[in-house]
Ligand binder design. Structure first.
Ligand SMILES: Nc1ncnc2c1ncn2[C@@H]1O[C@H](COP(=O)(O)OP(=O)(O)OP(=O)(O)O)[C@@H](O)[C@H]1O
Ligand SMILES: O=C(O)[C@@H](O)C(=O)CO
Length: 421
């Protein structure tokens, strides 16, 4: 194993796995802190550990991340990567700063970088400010995220509020210069550098400049140059990460708990295409009006092999989400929905369903936790950042498309499904 990665949510882990696999690395994704990686360490160039730590209290996120780092190091990882969201989803209390700081401490290093840029999905960092397409993140729909509203676009300030480690900016004029100049700027003084990046070329150069860092932190795209670095170091064969999966036949469902703007557009597109749909309301779940068995009955009566899968969603506009959060509390509203999605997934799998398209990182984490799977193989790309993946160790293989809330084109659900037929 060369690279050991720790991702703070499941869809983020899958996103990173896809980038690494596209660059020719053999990747295995592990769900949760692994006890031992002995069984997979020599079959993978990169192991990506998917945590569900993004919105946990900082000390919990730190404990999980350091435990994952230890397992990855014991399995031989030469470099560690901490993957968080390309929209830097976090609160002032954490978790990006505390986890980065703890991992640096654990590795005995005082220098790292932070770069959430992902130009292919519209995320860029310029003068330390995070943009989502043409808007600052704080003007984008991310300002209304149900769990981690992003209201400050200045990443030096955002990260600075989360950690005692010095945070500074490496601006684009340095990134545009030589790789050596950039590497020197990164290690010029102890601390974490927010590195500007507005293109894939910038990201590849940052990968090269970070070649000797013990820890890289960022979005998935900052890993796009790493395979090349590892080949130059003689660590990686010119192998090709496989993206072919055997696709078992079976029935499917779409479960969407993301309230992001893109997921809501994808739901509308599915509605126009005639996908059978059922909407969930956290208040009705909380007062017992909506039950797992009703949802399962709806899905079963609308699913058949070869047909478009039914869609169960709780996704709603910011005002509706705010009303539910006011009544139930932000955390509880989220958990109520996640627990139900999880129960529905478990019940459907018990009834023979083996294909799940899931939208939202927290939602996907909850859904996959119910399946008892601990390792995933990475398959073909559906849209940037989202591949089909297959469970390697559940009772029978399951195909999953785990979509980050804001990722994918408007016809994502249909596109994903049509790849299987
Ligand atoms: N109607 C609703 N009201 C309140 N909370 C909701 C509602 N629907 C979903 N939620 C919660 O909102 C959260 C959405 O987070 P999730 O990570 O699944 O999506 P996302 O943030 O858009 O995706 P990503 O993290 O991949 O960007 C979940 O905790 C979910 O349970
Ligand atoms: O980086 C991203 O945007 C995604 O991989 C993600 O983490 C969303 O939850």
């Amino acid at each position: 194993m060369i690279l050991g990665a720790i991702a703070d949510d499941l869809t983020g882990a899958t996103d990173l796995s896809l980038i690494l696999s596209r660059s020719g690395m053999r990747v295995v994704q592990v769900i949760g802190v692994p006890n031992s990686l002995d069984a997979i360490a020599d079959k993978a160039d990169a192991v990506v550990v998917a945590l569900k730590s993004r919105t946990n209290p900082a000390e919990e996120a730190v404990a999980m991340s350091v435990a994952a780092a230890t397992a990855l190091q014991e399995a031989g990882a030469k470099q560690l990567f901490f993957k968080y969201c390309s929209t830097f989803d976090s609160t002032d209390e954490g978790n990006i700063g505390p986890v980065a700081e703890a991992l640096m401490d654990h590795l005995g290093t005082d220098v790292s970088i932070a770069c959430p840029s992902f130009p292919e999905n519209g995320r860029t960092v310029y003068k330390g400010h995070l943009f989502v397409f043409d808007q600052l993140v704080s003007d984008s729909p991310m300002k209304d995220h149900p769990l981690t509203p992003m209201r400050d676009p200045d990443l030096v300030s955002v990260l600075g509020r989360q950690t005692k480690i010095p945070v500074r900016l490496i601006a684009h004029d340095i990134v545009r210069g030589t790789t050596e100049g950039l590497a020197a700027a990164i290690s010029a003084a102890p601390g974490i550098s927010i590195v500007d990046a507005i293109s894939d070329d910038d990201l590849r150069k940052i990968g090269h400049a970070a070649a000797d860092l013990a820890l890289i932190t960022g979005g998935s795209a900052v890993a796009m140059g790493l395979a090349e670095v590892y080949r130059e170091k003689g660590w990686l064969e010119p192998s090709s990460g496989s993206d072919t999966l055997d696709l078992p036949e079976g029935k499917g469902v779409i479960l969407a708990g993301s309230c992001s703007q893109m997921t809501r557009k994808q739901i509308e597109k599915a509605r126009l295409t005639g996908v059978p749909m059922m909407q969930l309301d956290p208040l009705r779940i909380a007062n017992g009006e909506t039950k797992t068995e009703d949802i399962v009955a709806f899905v079963e009566s609308n699913a058949a092999t070869g047909r478009l899968p039914p869609l169960v969603y709780s996704s709603a506009d910011p005002s509706v989400v705010a009303a539910a959060q006011q009544a139930l509390g932000r955390q509880r509203a989220g958990e109520i929905v996640e627990n139900l999605m999880s129960a529905v997934a478990a019940a459907l799998v018990a009834r023979g369903f083996n294909r799940i398209i899931s939208a939202g990182g927290e939602t996907s984490g909850a859904v996959v936790a119910a399946l008892g799977a601990s390792t995933l193989a990475i398959g073909p790309e559906i849209d940037p950042g989202v591949p089909w993946v297959m469970t390697l160790d559940a009772d029978r293989p399951m195909l999953l498309a785990l979509k980050s809330g804001n990722f994918g084109s408007e016809d994502f659900f249909l596109k994903a499904w049509s790849m299987l037929s």
